[in-house]
Structure formats: C-alpha cells, structure tokens
Design a protein around this ligand. Structure first.
Ligand SMILES: Nc1ncnc2c1ncn2[C@@H]1O[C@H](COP(=O)(O)OP(=O)(O)OP(=O)(O)O)[C@@H](O)[C@H]1O
Ligand SMILES: [Mg+2]
Length: 274
C-alpha cells in the first residue's frame, strides 16, 4: 500500500497537540482570522503565518509589531510596513488571497554568520517496523529571508558547524538525544491518526534559550537533502530505509534512483550503516 501523505498543517498540528510529550514543543498555532491574528499579536510580538497546504516556504510571512507601533511584514525578501492592525490585515488578504492560512507564534531562530538557521530531522520506519530518527541536518536561511527552505535560497549545513559557537559538545549531545525522542514521539503520535505513514521530516527551530520547537511535520520529506550530510552513512541509511518501504516506486524520483543504482552509488547505499 502507498506511503501515506498528509498535506494540511492544521490537521497534523491538531493531532500532535493531543500528544502529552510533543504538545510542549509546539508553538501556539491557530487558523488565521482577523480575531486570531489580533489575539496572537497581543500575546507575542512576532508571529509567522503560512498556507495550511504549502511547501518550499512559499507564502510564508513573518509579522512583527515594532516598538514604534508599526507592523512589519516580510514575504520572501520583500518588506511591507503598515500603520495599523486593520491595514496589516488588509495587506495580508491581498498577499494571501482567500487561501486557508494558519498563524503560529514566531520563534526567534538562532543565527550563524548573522543568518537564521533551523534543523530538519528525518524520521523513518526502519525495516523492523520501528520509528527511528535517521538524520539531523541544519538549514541556513538566505541572508535576506525569514525562511530556511532550500527552495527559498537556504543552504544545508551540519548541525555541528552551525552550533559550534553556541553549544558545548555535551549540550549538543543532549539536544541530539532530545531531537531523537521528539522525532520518534511525533511519529507515533501522528501514526495514531494516519496509520500508513512511513517517513517524516520535522522542521525544528532552536530558540535563543537553546530550546527546541516543532514548527511543522512534513509527510513527504526530501531524502536527497541528506546527501549534503558530513557523514555519508547517514544518507546511505536513509536511502536504504526509504527503498525498503517503497518510497521510490512510481515516484518522479524513481528514474533518478535507477540512475544512481546503475552508476553504482545507490548500490553502496543498499547496505544499512552500522
Ligand atoms: N513559527 C515560526 N517561527 C520561526 N520561523 C518559522 C516559523 N514557522 C516557519 N518558520 C520558518 O519558515 C520556514 C518554512 O515554514 P514551514 O516549514 O512551516 O512551511 P513550508 O516550508 O512551506 O512547508 P514545507 O517544509 O512542507 O516545504 C521554516 O523552515 C522556518 O525557517
Ligand atoms: Mg518546512
């Protein structure tokens, strides 16, 4: 049976909010309306709004109320400024159209070379049928953007490199363990509602207090991003698990996977890493 995919971010968030361990890592998230945005902006000076169904960072906007009272909105590298809440909401409606959107408390991401970064955590069903966190990689935002997505000019970089100056080795190890737990717990939580899931890509923000936040869970995560991982065994394992649950069957990538196999690259990846 085909691997299950779930597009609605709100639907996935509702399920995850029921999970007693994961709930604490989810920033407050609501369906966007004039009322919910107003409430969120009185509680938090910065929020993100994003399409309920969307990807690649498209349509994601960062909104903050500045000390001078003006509202600042960033979409890709465009910056807009509004003198009142009503004007802000009108502006959003022009930019977002009538698409369903959600509003989420904004997390102030850590920075590397003055660029924001977050983490992609890959979680997969292993060939024994257990959820396993198989890879963690950092994503560094384009200097002029408020999203870290590769398709919006983000750069994959290792978690170690990004956090070298911020975390001690012990802190990084402890955070890695925590991310592994978050990965497995989010997977088992979502699986209760969506039983045919096999792979997830968690977008995790680390805030300036070094606390992890689960921004969203992708059900069609990009395994190829992990070719950029410093340790080639990580991509080999991800590829091997993905092939085992049929990720590449009938997919646009299957031609690519065949090419890799015939070039000998993917053949090596068939072996799980130790
Ligand atoms: N609440 C938030 N606080 C801080 N940054 C956020 C927040 N929500 C999103 N972002 C930034 O915007 C990026 C894109 O948001 P998100 O992953 O939710 O949507 P998407 O990328 O369009 O979806 P997909 O990952 O499926 O392609 C995140 O990776 C992160 O860098
Ligand atoms: Mg994302």
């Amino acid at each position: 049976m085909a691997v299950q995919r779930v597009k609605s971010k709100l639907a996935k968030t509702k399920v995850l909010e029921q999970h007693c361990y994961i709930r604490d890592f989810i920033p407050l998230t609501r369906e966007l309306s004039k009322v919910s945005l107003n409430e969120m902006l009185t509680q938090h000076s910065m929020v993100y709004i994003k399409p309920d169904i969307g990807s690649f960072g498209n349509g994601v906007m960062r909104i903050e109320q500045q000390p001078d009272g003006l509202y600042r909105l960033q979409l890709q590298s465009d910056i807009y400024s509004y003198s009142s809440f009503d004007r802000l909401y009108e502006g959003i409606r022009k930019l977002a159209g009538h698409k369903k959107y959600l509003v989420q408390r904004g997390i102030e991401l850590l920075r590397y070379n003055d660029r924001r970064f977050d983490l992609r955590v890959m979680v997969q069903k292993n060939p024994k049928g257990k959820w396993e966190t198989t890879g963690i990689i950092g994503r560094l935002a384009h200097p002029a953007k408020a999203v870290t997505n590769y398709h919006s000019g983000g750069t994959p970089l290792s978690f170690e490199q990004l956090t070298q100056a911020i975390l001690t080795d012990e802190e990084r190890q402890a955070l890695t363990q925590r991310l592994k737990l978050i990965g497995a717990a989010a997977a088992s939580g979502l699986q209760s509602a969506y039983p045919r899931l096999k792979e997830l890509g968690l977008d995790i923000a680390i805030d300036t207090d070094k606390r992890p936040w689960l921004l969203e869970v992708n059900t069609l995560p990009d395994p190829w991003l992990f070719r950029k991982h410093d340790d080639p065994a990580v991509f080999r394992k991800i590829y091997h698990y993905a092939a085992a649950y049929g990720r590449f069957k009938h997919s646009r990538r299957s031609k690519r996977a065949r090419q890799l196999r015939s070039s000998g690259h993917a053949h090596k990846t068939q072996k799980p890493s130790p």
